[in-house]
Design a protein around this ligand. Structure first.
Ligand code: BTN
Length: 340
């Protein structure tokens, strides 16, 4: 009932009388009133005016997340988020996407969840995903012959850039810096402090003979979380903690996939990251900073300079001045003084 009332209010953009809601939904005034109360408890701002009815007042500070809102926010996009499936809780949105791909769901299918019970992180780690104001989502890509398996990891950098660009659109404090820690951690720094991670991306690919069968881009974004677990407090934060305000998860989701659509298409046409390289390097917090390359074949330090068109990190090695190109997935890179 709540969803049905919300849909009518969203579509109306003005007052809708209680009478009209009752008639359209074939329910009593009490049922309508209860649904309105529930929506208000969920964070929706709904004005109730005698003789006029109910009106939804939009506020980007209201954190709303649900099937109806996501569908509406993603509607203007060409293919990303078509369809979108919202789940209050799931195992892993990456796993959900693989299952939907089996059922012939198209490229662009998006699963978004408010909580995960088996969230997956990079390098076999777990992505702790309780219901805490964050968002966990995965997008299905079916590039066919447009993408070769060796190019697939670059999709992760495209996604990091999309998150970065979407965050820049938010009205955030000027003292908040947003950046990317190579290859795909989106990080923020508050008032000149250390950069901390607010987003992780896990791209997974499945092959069929010699071709890519499907790719899933999974993004976990710490948005309105207010408590950070002690174990990760030195390296992780949330947007709300950093920006000191609530962010609308639906709005951010739509902005993120809008950027992704555009950048992914540019990437596919070029066959590499050349069209995105400049913007990516502008966001790269490691740039011109000392990094420690944790290469299993021998660790070394150097200065990060940027990325290649394939998304490798360019590092000038301290010991001999040699230009090293580091592939994501091969080694880890840490800041000499801290996480970045
Ligand atoms: C990382 O380790 O930095 C990557 C974390 C990726 C987590 C996201 S949450 C949505 C999607 N579903 C998963 O199971 N993992 C990814």
């Amino acid at each position: 009932m709540k969803e049905k009332v919300l849909k009518i209010l969203l579509e109306a953009d003005d007052f809708v009388s209680g009478q009209k809601l009752c008639e359209e939904l074939q329910v009593s005034r009490t049922a309508v009133w209860k649904a309105i109360r529930r929506l208000q408890e969920d964070g929706y701002r709904i004005e109730a005016v005698t003789n006029k009815g109910y009106r939804l007042t939009h506020s980007s500070e209201a954190d709303v997340l649900g099937q109806v809102e996501l569908e509406r926010a993603l509607e203007p996009l060409s293919w990303a988020g078509h369809p979108v499936i919202f789940k209050a809780q799931t195992g892993s949105t990456n796993e959900d996407i693989f299952a939907l791909s089996e059922q012939e769901y198209p490229q662009g299918t998006l699963v978004a969840a408010a909580a995960q019970t088996r969230g997956k992180g990079r390098r076999g780690r777990t992505w702790i995903s309780p219901e805490n104001g964050n968002i966990y989502m995965s997008l299905l890509l079916k590039p066919g012959n447009d993408l070769q398996p060796v190019q697939a990891p670059m999709t992760t950098l495209v996604a990091a850039l999309a998150v970065y660009n979407a965050l820049l659109e938010l009205d955030l404090p000027e003292t908040l810096r947003i950046g990317i820690k190579w290859p795909n951690d989106v990080v923020v720094s508050k008032e000149g402090g250390e950069f901390k991670k607010i987003c992780g991306i896990l791209t997974e690919m499945r092959m069929e003979e010699m071709e890519i069968r499907d790719v899933v881009v999974g993004i976990g974004l710490n948005i309105n979380q207010t408590q950070i677990p002690e174990e990760v407090i030195s390296t992780a934060t949330s947007l709300k903690i950093a920006a000191d305000r609530t962010i609308c998860r639906t709005e951010l989701t739509a902005a993120l996939w809008r950027h992704f659509e555009e950048d992914y298409e540019a990437f596919l046409s070029a066959g590499d990251l050349s069209p995105l390289r400049e913007t990516y390097e502008g966001a790269l917090v490691n740039r011109n900073r000392e990094v420690r390359v944790l290469d299993p074949a021998g660790e070394y330090s150097g200065t990060a300079k940027g990325i290649t068109e394939a998304g490798e990190l360019i590092v000038i090695r301290n010991e001999d001045g040699k230009e090293m190109h580091i592939g994501a997935g091969e080694v880890s890179v840490r800041g000499v003084m801290g996480y970045c």
